[in-house]
Design a protein around this ligand. Structure first.
Ligand code: ADE
Ligand code: ZN
Length: 369
């Protein structure tokens, strides 16, 4: 009988919470630094990921923004997106939503033509040559001034029909969703699909989730595992079919995937949760197959439950209804092709084998990743 590893490698997968700049791996970072005549970063170009032990979201973001400095030209952005989408092809990730951060690029003097042109060329090629579909999500950086968000609508207007979603990311402390309520109203009026980060264990996380539900009226929340703190929020997520794009990523010092207990709780309650890699080149958890294998093994997910996680991702995606139906049909064909005796993995689908979460709290160091 094929083991869980093969099943997870082979099942058609989707990823909804992925920052394209967070897929900039060591090899490409070094190559782009050389190509652009920039200082070559001190990273191991043979490593798959850079996997640092970040202590906080802010710590993580400092490295994330510093890394993207090597992205200068349209070709650089093409290489970035093509490298990630090739990885999707190799891992049977048939659909991915690529969040991108225009503001740091514009602030560095890079024209929208460069990042949009490069990313979209890779998106088109991946669909045509590999059958990997992807959509883009424009993310506003919540820690930048509100005034900087408004011009993005016009700057990106030439590509309006190529950007499906509108999101909110970066440092959350002191930057609640309500700061962007009017920006999100405009995005809704312009026809964008809406999502926002409510990162894990931030100050007022549960209030931020409530604001996303009731004030911004979003379709999706990125992370959002603090929802478990309020049964009424959990009920609302279920009643409104709101998808949480959970990222049980781990750093080198973590014993395994983080946020597993809350992922399981939300999954069992019937919330539409999904598993995502967030910034795969910057975590030890890496890309989707590797992360899902760890979540399956340590979170005790059966085959049927892994299939539900994937179905949740297709259903919660910003793809068209036709695309969703086609991807779900592909998932169903895959499941039908598997022998029935392969219904469960050997591991028991309970939380017993779960590793303790090295918080998000341990040793006084508040970790937000
Ligand atoms: N930017 C890139 N990754 C992010 C994350 N996980 N949270 C907030 N902002 C981000
Ligand atoms: Zn994220």
């Amino acid at each position: 009988m094929a083991g869980p590893e093969d099943f997870i490698a082979a099942i058609p997968k989707a990823e909804l919470h992925l920052h394209i700049e967070g897929t900039l791996g060591p090899a490409l970072r070094v190559a782009l630094a050389r190509r652009n005549g920039l200082p070559v970063p001190d990273v191991d170009p043979d490593a798959d990921t850079q996997g640092y032990d970040y202590a906080s979201l802010e710590d993580f973001l400092a490295i994330y923004y510093a890394g993207m400095d090597v992205l200068r030209t349209e070709r650089d952005f093409y290489d970035l997106a093509a490298t990630y989408l090739r990885r999707c092809r190799d891992e049977n990730t048939i659909y991915a939503e690529l969040s991108f951060d225009p503001q740091p690029h514009l602030a560095r003097g890079i024209a929208a033509e460069a990042f949009m042109g490069g990313i979209l060329a890779a998106v088109d090629e991946a669909r045509r040559d590999w059958g990997v579909s992807s959509n883009l999500i424009l993310c506003v950086n919540r820690d930048r001034p509100l005034d900087e968000a408004w011009p993005l609508f016009d700057i990106l207007r030439p590509w309006r029909d190529r950007i499906v979603g509108f999101g909110l990311d970066s440092a959350e402390h002191g930057n609640p969703p309500r700061k962007f309520a009017e920006v999100f109203e405009r995005a809704r009026a312009e026809g964008y699909r809406l999502t926002a980060h409510c990162d894990v264990d931030q100050e007022n996380s549960i209030d931020h989730i409530r604001e996303c539900l009731d004030l911004l009226r979003l379709e999706r929340i990125d992370h959002g595992v603090n929802a478990v703190e309020d049964p009424r929020v959990v009920e609302a997520l279920i009643a409104r079919d709101i998808c949480l794009t959970v990222c049980p990523t781990f750093r080198p010092g973590d014993p395994g995937p983080r946020r597993l207990r809350r992922l399981r709780q939300l999954f069992d309650a019937g919330v539409r949760v999904t598993v995502n890699t967030d910034d795969p080149a910057l975590f030890a958890s890496g890309y989707l197959t590797n992360l899902l294998r760890a979540v399956q093994a340590q979170g005790g997910y059966s085959r049927a439950e892994i299939a539900t996680l994937m179905r949740n991702a297709f259903l919660g995606s910003f793809a068209t209804e036709d695309e969703k139906a086609a991807m779900i049909a592909q998932l169903d064909r895959f499941l039908e092709s598997r022998p029935p005796q392969a219904g469960r993995f050997d591991t028991s689908p309970s939380s017993e084998g779960e590793v303790p979460e090295r918080s998000e709290g341990d040793g006084g160091a508040v970790t937000n990743r």
